[in-house]
Design a protein around this ligand. Structure first.
Ligand code: PLP
Length: 393
């Protein structure tokens, strides 16, 4: 394959790390299931000795991860949560991480229930104003952690400005790039130390793998993460690596269609009488719209909206959907709808959810690749079911 820097992202998604197999000529990367590898003599092998430490299918995926994020290193994990945990394990007891206030509930749980008992401190603040972030850094802060767009409120944070603050404070900046993907947003180019992904979502794109990834240009961090990957063992299975490689081949066209349909649906939702508020970075009314236009190549395929009528209306709405599947997760070819307060963000304390504005009428949708007209008609059926009858008004 030509040098990665001379190729476009769409091409890298299809080819990076995946030259035809030298042994057989196989065009598709072989799934190497072997847990162990023959050694010609003790300690002499072809680069692989044991599959937890390294596996050829995983190596191909890691090369592809690195290439599409424009990174020197890609490290694959068994889930997004495993990737998050591995990054936090590079820190020490007594260290502090400054986090965005709107994070995937499972990420919050890692900070709160897994790392806190080991002495890793964390605080959660709205990072919309970079000056407030600079002011919140303590002498113990070692890392800034954020999602942008965030989950589920789709806030947009200024990665370049926060990277500059991190650089001055000599702390690292980790961006969870799951919602945007490397196709729409390039955290490393904007100055972040590492980009982390739930590969379960858009990278794989078919809702049939749980996986995670970290991409970085920091050699020391990458070495430590490879060490943790091998030592802790949160590695993806070779078959899953193959599936993500296959999914990545269509990431470019998938993201194009996700964005196209999400824009149409967000505009329609924005004018809907039963919708109190739509959060979508592609709408001019979104407070982060201008920043998203600068920082992203497209506003993504996720929309969050507040349905009038709270939980009773939301239950009726979900009950009427036939194309959207009521399920956690996102980024697959199929459209999903979920209720953050009950589902993805249930691990947040109720008062935190309330303070953030994650209410009982909030619905998050992942716009899939189905016909946009069918999706709109499905949502219309949801609104019709949730509409207050004259008797209940
Ligand atoms: N980051 C974000 C933004 C997520 O939405 C998720 C899961 O929903 C994760 C990380 C965790 O990933 P996984 O479920 O693959 O462990």
């Amino acid at each position: 394959m030509p040098e990665a820097h001379s190729l476009s992202l769409d091409t890298l998604c299809i080819h990076a790390g995946q030259d035809p197999d030298p042994a057989s000529g196989a065009v598709m990367t072989p799934i190497v299931l072997s847990s162990t590898f023959a050694q010609e003599a003790p300690g002499q092998h072809k680069g692989f000795d044991y599959s937890r430490a390294g596996n050829p299918t995983r190596t191909a995926l890691e090369a592809c991860y690195a290439a599409i994020e424009g990174a020197r290193h890609g490290i694959a994990f068994g889930s997004g949560c495993a990737a998050t945990t591995a990054i936090l394990m590079t820190l020490a007891s007594g260290d502090h991480v400054l986090c965005g206030d709107d994070l995937y509930g499972g990420t919050f749980r890692i900070f709160d229930k897994v790392m806190k008992p080991f002495g890793l401190g964390a605080s959660f603040i709205d990072m919309t104003d970079p000056k407030k972030v600079a002011a919140a850094i303590t002498p113990k802060t070692r890392m800034i952690w954020l999602e942008t767009p965030s989950n589920p409120l789709l806030k947009i944070f200024d990665v370049a400005a926060l990277a500059e603050i991190a650089r001055r404070a000599k702390v690292s900046l980790v961006v969870d790039n799951t919602f945007a993907t490397p196709l729409l947003q390039r955290p490393l180019d904007l100055g972040a130390t590492a980009s982390v992904h739930s590969a379960t979502k858009y990278l794989n794109g078919h809702s049939d793998v749980v996986g995670g990834a970290v991409m970085t240009n920091d050699d020391e961090l990458a070495e430590r993460l490879h060490f943790l990957q091998k030592s802790v063992g949160a590695v993806p299975a070779p078959f899953d690596c193959y599936l993500v490689l296959r999914g990545l081949k269509t990431l470019g066209v998938r993201m194009q269609r996700h964005v196209e349909s999400a824009k149409v649906l967000a505009e329609w939702l924005d004018g809907h009488p039963q919708v109190e508020r739509v959060r979508y970075p592609g709408l001019a009314s979104h407070p982060g719209h201008a920043l998203a236009e600068r920082q992203m190549k497209g506003p993504g395929g996720m929309i969050t909206f507040d349905l009038a009528g709270g939980l009773p209306a939301a239950r009726l709405f979900f009950g009427a959907l036939r194309v959207f599947v009521c399920a956690e997760s996102l980024g697959g070819v199929e459209s999903l709808a979920e209720h953050p307060a009950i589902m993805t963000h249930a691990s947040l304390p109720a008062e935190t959810r309330r303070a953030l504005g994650i209410g009982d009428g909030m619905i998050r949708i992942s716009v899939g690749l189905e016909d946009a007209g069918d999706l709109r008609r499905d949502l219309e059926a949801g609104f019709a079911a949730a509409r207050p009858t004259s008797a209940s008004r």
